[in-house]
Ligand binder design. Sequence first.
Ligand code: ADP
Ligand code: MG
Length: 249
Amino acid sequence: MPIAKRGEPLVIVDSVNKHYGELHVLKNINTTVARGEVVVVIGPSGSGKSTLCRAINRLETIDDGSITIDGKKLPEEGAELAHLRADVGMVFQSFNLFAHKTVLENITLAPMKVKKMSKKDATERAMTLLERVGVANQANKMPAQLSGGQQQRVAIARSLAMSPKLILMDEPTSALDPEMINEVLDVMVGLAKEGMTMIVVTHEMGFARKAADRVLFMADGEIVEEATPETFFSAPKSDRAKDFLSKIL
Ligand code: ADP
Ligand code: MG
């Protein structure tokens, strides 16, 4: 069955390898993410999912191979890297909001600093985004006054504020209490439906089924399987995927 592709390649990961000392943590990773595509990355703990995300955002160096985002190879450092990074939104498991800034300031900071947006424009846009993720009434609070689910929705709004071409999410709901998971997943599904290009590390199979065009299954630093969610969940090919699914489903 052909795998759904919605547009031109936005991210090209070509023969990427990475070691941590002796540990070969990414083993010849090859994948392409099309514009508007939603890719869910799953796999056992320690399989290299976070490292791959961090490499795509260049928070982590690679040993060889290349990563291209929107036609530009990820550079080593410098101003060009800062620009490329602004194109890639990142949402972490642990929210990572600035604790000493209000919710609103968390969102306006980067657009004002990096994109030189006026305070008025940045505030207007921030309020629109907070509205969209359902927490506009929390704008003047400090992050610690919000629930985990609210904080994670603010973190998503913050990444959207930079108008990224791609959003990477690394287990965005893993640190949340169960009753808050859905409010974050709903925002993620909404983004996917609107055509945001997303790479999401998650074990939330409901999200994968609802929103993913493709599932990448990683184990031991390799992409072991790559398939539509329907195919992957109903007919995993490898023993490693079968074993993994038997443990989480
Ligand atoms: P996953 O996100 O799939 O759980 P990670 O990408 O976090 O996996 O980790 C892959 C492997 O790399 C693991 O064995 C982990 O212990 C190791 N690792 C991750 N980060 C570092 C680091 N900074 N230094 C050394 N080893 C690391
Ligand atoms: Mg991880």
